[in-house]
Design a protein around this ligand. Structure first.
Ligand code: SF4
Length: 68
């Protein structure tokens, strides 16, 4: 599973950082850093972060929905 964040869309609301702090990190006000390859044990938190992002900036790819 991998993720891409559209940083033009991201407004730095940090919902994703709260929900999946091992994957998303904010540096300063709006500089979002994230892991593009999501570790196995972080997939559920990342799915919650994707659902919670107010501007739908996070795209999930790879085996999403296939259970891994
Ligand atoms: S929740 Fe969405 S808008 Fe907020 S920091 Fe994460 S990707 Fe950006």
């Amino acid at each position: 599973m991998y993720i891409v964040v559209d940083l033009n869309r991201c407004q730095g609301y940090a919902q994703c950082v709260f929900l999946a702090p091992k994957v998303f990190e904010l540096h300063g006000e709006e500089a979002l850093m994230y892991l593009t390859r999501v570790p196995e044990d972080q997939q559920d938190p990342v799915r919650r972060a994707v659902a919670a992002c107010p501007v739908q900036a996070i795209t999930v790819g790879g085996a999403a929905g296939a259970g891994n």
